[in-house]
Design a protein around this ligand. Sequence first.
Ligand SMILES: [Ca+2]
Length: 655
Amino acid sequence: MSPMRSGQQAVSSRQYAVSSRQLLTAYCLLHTAYRFIRVFLLACLALTVCAGDQLSAATKGPQRVEPRSKVARALSTEIDRAVARRGRVALLQRRSFIVQVNGALGSQHLNKLTGAGARLKRVYGSLNLMAVELPLGRAAALVEDEDFSYISLDRPVRSLGHVEVTTGTAQARALVSNTTLDGKGIGIAILDSGIDEQHGLLKAAPGHPGVVYRQDFTKQRAAGDPYGHGTHVASLVSGNGDFAGGAYRGLAPGANLISLRVLDENGEGAESSIIAAVDWCIANKDAYNLRVINLSLGAQPDDSYRNDPLCLAVRRAHDAGIVVVCAAGNGGKDAAGRKLYGAIDSPGLDPSVITVGAVNTLGTDQRSDDKVATYSSRGPTRGYTVSANGVRQYDNLIKPDLVAPGNKLIAASSYNYEQRQPNNLVFTHPELMTRNTVEPADQLMSLSGTSMAAPLVAGAAALVLQANPTLTPNLVKAILMYTAQPLPGFNTLEQGAGELNLEGAVRVARSVRPDAEGLSNGQPMLVENLPASQASVIAGEPCSWSQGVIMNYCFAYGSDLMTYWQGAYAANHLLSDAVAVAGGQLRNDRNLLSPEVRLSRGVILTDGVILADGVILADGVILADGVILADGVILADGVILADGVILADGVILAD
Ligand SMILES: [Ca+2]
């Protein structure tokens, strides 16, 4: 059984894009004909009422890519469903809509709407659209009127403002005296599909440096971000707080972005490009104070992390003192929707990096309703080596390391100025666009995936490093895990240590002695005590810290992890160096862990697979060799994507 893969979706989207382009070309040809054959046009007036609208959309570019119908797809599905169920109540229910009009918005439009029982919520005169409330059943009838061009549901926008609160970032900003934590001075490399630097959330402004360096590692040498993924990711990291009243402020708006383009206009890239970009980061880290790399991309592993070239590259970056953040992948379920374990992408399967899964916040600041997204890739890692007699030895490391909001996040939508059209993600999936403005630099889109969760952790790492620039990558990772909040009902292979809690992370980070790296294993490392409760309060709710750190095969826990320097935090180690498997038992290295740190009592089977005692696998999921026996879940095999193609997330079906 092979897991659902974004790559398959990317291929089909591309085919869809070609046909859409052909449609647009046809419209443009029609438009030319319109100029020269007005007489003919008059004779065909009835026909052009609809086509003319599409023509203007085609020439203006971003307005609407392929208006096949006057009713948005999601809305027409809802109406159909209500009608099929004879749902009188559903049809009478008042909903919020965006109504677009033909021609200049005038009193005739307002009169018709109020006549249909609509309540006007907001009128956007310059955009010729209105936000209204209307019974669902009236919506379809409304668009029969020629004065109206398009109607869609006014979907709830989950702005980053929500993410800023629910991750504890809003509180964390003021935790260091005399400064506002915004990532200032920290360089963050975004290895992705490029960044649209003209976008309102990303262009340079006072207090918001935006992109300070850019280089294209693909063969295309394209400007901006024709695919759209990298711009979205970059604005989650550092969107300008002056845009739209701060509703989409990134976690680290003061950081310096380094845009290294490794994915092409279809979201695909080669391993070699990524390795070259990572090596560029290592060579230039001092020039840009480059402390964080974000990799919202991945490939299915066909190698152990010990041999995987991407893993070796990110390991070099880690060893050079850079915090590397990777998306876990979106392989959490198969095509039939069944839960899947063992689908962590490369390079997220390397023990040195911070691997991030996605949380569905349900759009609320409170975290008590948060869930790990169904598509978020679960551990263990399934890279493998093959022994001399042909037997696969799987890595089986616990991943992800933590989870962060990643479902339906609204952020910047890049514009393709060369072709005068939205980015390819929006071009092929117009429903992703959540803020469709005439000004391309103000457009926003909604994406879901671990690709969206990773940049929140990258931004968080930048704030932690601003709070305490002396921290090693291992200590940054340990602090983020230690202060993360375990979500009830999800095991460690689903959520790692828990959900990102920046309030707690900054509180610990600022307390670490600046000379901590010179300490020996077990020496006190804080300048103040840990809070007695070891919990944060976010959106009025207590959020307990996990108080532990994942180390390959187990969960190390105890306050000593934060109160005493651990040898494993040093730059020349991995956290997981502190724990070894010997004779089927976990043993901790006394030189790398202080005596009071406990290890979860996981039993290690002879083939290196964990059989946990309920600490790690709370819901009783049992791992055997290659198959999960409990509750029908399936363990993905190390399926091979042989040609070294790297994929960004395609468009995934959000929870
Ligand atoms: Ca929530």
